[in-house]
Design a protein around this ligand. Sequence first.
Ligand SMILES: Cc1cc2nc3c(=O)[nH]c(=O)nc-3n(C[C@H](O)[C@H](O)[C@H](O)COP(=O)(O)O)c2cc1C
Ligand SMILES: Nc1ncnc2c1ncn2[C@@H]1O[C@H](COP(=O)(O)OP(=O)(O)OP(=O)(O)O)[C@@H](O)[C@H]1O
Ligand SMILES: [Mg+2]
Length: 586
Amino acid sequence: MTENNVPEGAGSNPPSLDVQGDGQSIGVPAAGEHENVSYNPTGGPGIHHWQRAEITQPGLDERGSVFFAAIEMTRMPIILTDPNLLDNPVVFANRAFQDLTGYTEEEVLGRNCRFLQGAHTDREAVAELRHAVEEGRAVSVELLNYKRDGTPFWNACFIAPVFDKDDKLLYFFASQLDVTRRRTSEQAFRQAQKMESIGQLTAGLAHDFNNLLQVVSGNLELALSRTDDESLRRPLENASRAAERGAKLTKQLLAFARKTRLEAKPTNLNTLITEFGDMLENSVGPQIEVQLNLRSRVPAALVDPVHLEMAVLNVLINARDAMPKGGCITIGTSKVHLNGNASAHHLPPGDYVALTISDEGEGMPPHVLERATEPFFTTKTQGKGTGLGLAMVHGFVQQSLGRLEIESHHGKGTTIRMLFPAADSQAHAPRQPSRDLAHAEPKGQAETILVVEDSNDVLELAREHLTALGYTVLTARDADEALTVFEKAEGRIDLLFTDLVMPGSMNGLALADAVRERSPATGVLLTTGYNDDLLTEGKASAGADVLGKPYRRSDLADRVRAALNGRGRERRIPEAGASRGPRHEG
Ligand SMILES: Cc1cc2nc3c(=O)[nH]c(=O)nc-3n(C[C@H](O)[C@H](O)[C@H](O)COP(=O)(O)O)c2cc1C
Ligand SMILES: Nc1ncnc2c1ncn2[C@@H]1O[C@H](COP(=O)(O)OP(=O)(O)OP(=O)(O)O)[C@@H](O)[C@H]1O
Ligand SMILES: [Mg+2]
């Protein structure tokens, strides 16, 4: 009980009795005692309703008064039980109780109310009811109950004792209220909040890791390019591989946080799965058969194929782990049209492509299913799983404007369905991903690049790479310094290569705007450890103008060249408005 709930004079001093009908009935007001754990239908704290009653006319036969009619008319379910009969059975149930539970009067009378409980009813809540009933006092509990047809519902149940003049316990009164809607939306809200905050934390960490990995792998690359000594190359290459694995992990984290830089393009999922075939079979091992069920004439999906492969692999490995004795995994594709049923899938109406992966494994019990997409949630032994697989898949599918649906029954296998928007061929012409460009590193033609970066190590590395590629490099550590350098250079700067998120008054986007204003012919290339919201919102810049960290030298070479070649062309950079500014410093 909190102070706020208690009316003046209540609490430490027992509240005064409420005497009704010249003493025919006497009640003890609730005084705010029975609302904290359970739903309170009147909104504020329950003060006046009774938590205990004394009556002078026992018996249930008198049904002629307006009070009986009121009980049958109210939409609040109400029952009475008789604790003096064996097992405290129900002796009265009003019409609203029958509406709520679906049981008829005959089916209810004579039974203990525990028939409403079932497999997932919280045993602690039941114990709370039991103790209160044993002690003959009021109690208010929310617990999961089941209707006659098996539908579960959350029951906000309030129980209170009824005595006679001599303090003999005669009945228990109870009201039940279906609070499922509130519970479900509260739970969804809590889960969404939790995922959002884990996402922010994860994105921040991954961003910092990317900066570190950039320095590690970039310097390893430099060192490797400077030595032919085999005894040195081996450990350097081992270190490079480890850094690459680290980069892969941070990619999963960013994918979960929906901050991956996705290069969505029309992708034929049938082709992708078929081409990926060997790799799929190898990753699940000889015990498991992979069956393809690919429908012909499935439209292209608008999705990033590289990330999709990673998602499929994660799901397959889960399926493999769920079938330690072997079994069959079926991968299917199909076209899905959503119109009236779109909101059930939480997607806008339209054409979608479904990629379905089913296994015959152990399936997930409800408490695992509920948390399966949470990052770091795993049921696997230490070292076996990081709990990032489905988190990545979930984040990726959401960021792709699709939806992840998981159907799983304990002991009966799991089906993972990813829905992706179908590509409407005109609007989304395929964009060449940078890694498909010429493999020889395009060299500089003595152009001048201004590199802006607040991390010294990253700045140093960029300078080394770009100089080695044949560019002249000027540097600055924040936007103000960059503008000073820019002015001094008097038009010599061909490209601004700037970090997106920087301390100081201006971020990379604002700096880019300032530079364009002074010199529209100067090219701009942004770089960032993660796809900040302001980049995901400004679609146009998401592909061509941003280089993600950690980047390889060849990526840098490609993107710098592309930015230089595209100089002066109209490019849309999202507004660097304060409200959409980066949230993460560094
Ligand atoms: C008046 C009254 C109403 C009750 N209503 C419910 C109810 O709606 N749902 C429920 O799960 N249990 C209800 N119970 C609790 C069960 O009847 C029983 O007391 C509880 O399951 C604990 O006892 P047990 O451990 O022997 O089952 C009610 C009990 C009383 C006395
Ligand atoms: N196909 C499946 N069958 C049964 N349980 C599954 C299946 N897929 C996922 N799960 C359950 O969901 C949990 C989370 O899966 P997720 O892929 O996110 O992490 P993980 O597999 O445990 O670790 P990681 O994928 O990072 O190696 C798993 O630990 C497992 O309990
Ligand atoms: Mg996994």
